[in-house]
Design a protein around this ligand. Structure first.
Ligand SMILES: [Zn+2]
Length: 180
């Protein structure tokens, strides 16, 4: 009820490489202090996946505790709750949600990402490059961020983490918010 998670998805990872990616990414989290190993750490919604507690690096950016889950799962990731269709980054027009769901199902099955054309301005972009913060996408690897106290602002933590993932690990990271 009113719970949410930040999902950081790397769209560059293939399903076949997701497990190996998990090990590399988690090592990086621990080495850089974003996370620390903690056998007691788990997220109730992702309890079957490996999880770490926030490390000192995270604690400098966020006042509370939290858990990172590392999820090598191929499929459709959905903003949840009040999801919307992907939005054009040029003009803001929303792509039809029902159509986007069908395209995501085909993408998940075929492993081929569709290119969407904006119905207003004709801009063409891969589906994962649209504005999808509360929408949906297909991925094979996700980091799920569970902050335990939602009254505290986690925006600085997520923004800094995303920037560093992109600059230090490369890949194609996108941010979505999952309302549970
Ligand atoms: Zn447009």
């Amino acid at each position: 009820m009113g719970d949410s998670r930040a999902q950081l998805l790397d769209l560059s990872v293939d399903e076949a490489d997701a497990e190996g990616h998990l090990v590399r990414v988690r090592d990086w989290f621990r080495r850089t202090g974003w996370s620390e190993a903690d056998p007691a750490a788990y997220d109730e919604y992702y309890e079957m996946y490996p999880a770490d507690s926030f490390g000192e690096r995270s604690s400098r950016l966020f006042a509370g505790n939290g858990v990172y889950s590392f999820v090598p799962l191929h499929g459709i990731y959905i903003g949840g709750g009040d999801s919307y269709g992907p939005r054009c980054r040029k003009c803001g027009t929303e792509y039809d949600l029902d159509e986007a769901v069908q395209l995501a199902i085909a993408w998940s099955d075929s492993h081929v990402e569709p290119v969407l054309s904006c119905t207003s301005c004709s801009r063409q972009e891969r589906m994962g490059d649209w504005e999808i913060l509360g929408s949906l996408t297909v991925a094979s690897f996700a980091i799920i961020v569970d902050v335990h106290d939602h009254s505290l602002n986690s925006d600085p933590l997520i923004a800094a983490l995303l920037e560093e993932l992109r600059s230090q690990l490369g890949g194609r990271w996108v941010h979505m918010v999952e309302n549970i």
